[in-house]
Design a protein around this ligand. Structure first.
Ligand SMILES: C[C@@]1(CC(=O)O)C2=NC(=C\c3[nH]c(c(CCC(=O)O)c3CC(=O)O)Cc3[nH]c(c(CC(=O)O)c3CCC(=O)O)/C=C3\N/C(=C\2)[C@@H](CCC(=O)O)[C@]3(C)CC(=O)O)/[C@H]1CCC(=O)O
Ligand SMILES: NC(=O)c1ccc[n+]([C@@H]2O[C@H](COP(=O)([O-])OP(=O)(O)OC[C@H]3O[C@@H](n4cnc5c(N)ncnc54)[C@H](O)[C@@H]3O)[C@@H](O)[C@H]2O)c1
Length: 216
């Protein structure tokens, strides 16, 4: 089993070719659309979820069997048909063309695997077992969802804005780092609403500095 290297990809606008139109393909497509990818499907038959997305114009499709040449212009490739020989052919063509490919029925045949994901705004929790037990990855992601719910997405967004504002001040680097760590324990009343102007941000920063001074 490979020692996978984890990373987060910006797929906005990238053409992602998904071969297959069943439940597994639909799960990959939902994740791709949530990340802003442009999805093209290749499958003779689409299940209800993907047929709906096609009708809504969220994806494009070639409603026929996979053919060599279908991967031209692809950024990422997903082989998710129920036919192992077709998935293997897609993997071979993609790798031959230097494209990254995910293979639903044979993880190691592809160049990457997809994790179980919890997403709240900028906060993304991704769990993988590298192919050992996808069901365990899903269970752990479910447990993380219980611990880190939607509020953490707001918190992460607020921390991102705070960080941008703190970086605009002339605060020394050491102090800036301490303040950004202090902010991790900020009470929800401080981050529930995003400040709308610079003055309010400065008040937030002063309050965090007060907290720091009390601790020293
Ligand atoms: C995490 C998740 C993300 C997603 O799909 O987006 C995901 N599989 C999920 C569910 C799931 N998959 C399977 C079951 C049935 C129970 C079981 O068999 O355990 C369930 C459970 C269910 O459906 O509840 C069967 C299965 N999966 C793979 C094979 C082939 C093989 O082992 O090589 C077979 C056997 C097929 C057969 O029957 O022949 C392969 C892969 N599945 C992966 C990811 C990659 C490894 C990730 C990792 O290990 O961390 C990898 C290698 C490739 C890939 O797809 O990227 C998603 C949970 C999402 C969620 O619910 O949150
Ligand atoms: N990685 C995972 O998470 C995971 C989970 C469960 C199962 N699987 C594997 O994924 C496979 C697909 O599962 P599913 O539930 O989506 O299957 P499914 O039977 O619902 O869908 C299969 C799809 O493949 C398409 N297809 C068949 N031949 C094709 C061809 N020549 N070219 C293009 N498309 C073709 C069909 O039209 C259909 O849309 C399963 O066979 C299983 O091996 C993977």
């Amino acid at each position: 089993m490979p020692d996978y290297y984890p990373m987060m990809l910006d797929v906005r606008g990238a053409r992602c070719v998904v071969v297959g139109g069943g439940a597994v393909a639909a799960r990959k497509v939902r994740g791709l659309l949530a990340a802003g990818a442009s999805v093209h499907l290749i499958a003779p038959e689409l299940g209800a979820p993907l047929a709906d997305l096609l009708r809504q114009g969220s994806v494009t499709a070639s409603q026929r069997e996979y053919q060599r040449g279908d991967l031209a212009g692809a950024g990422l490739v997903f082989a998710a048909t129920a036919d192992a020989a077709v998935n293997a052919a897609v993997a071979k063509d993609a790798r031959g063309a230097g494209l990254w490919v995910n293979v639903a029925d044979d993880g190691p045949a592809g160049s990457f695997v997809t994790p179980a994901v919890v997403r709240h705004g900028p906060l993304v929790l991704a769990v993988t077992t590298g192919g050992a037990s996808p069901a365990l990855a899903a269970r752990i992601a479910g447990e993380l969802e219980t611990r880190y719910g939607a509020a953490y997405g707001c918190f992460a967004r607020w921390l991102g804005e705070l960080r941008a504002h703190v970086r605009m001040t002339d605060m020394p680097e050491q102090e800036r780092r301490r303040l950004l760590r202090e902010a991790l324990d900020a009470p929800p009343e401080l981050w529930r609403d995003m400040p709308e102007d610079e003055t309010t941000w400065m008040r937030v920063i002063e309050r965090l500095q007060d907290g720091l001074n009390r601790r020293i």
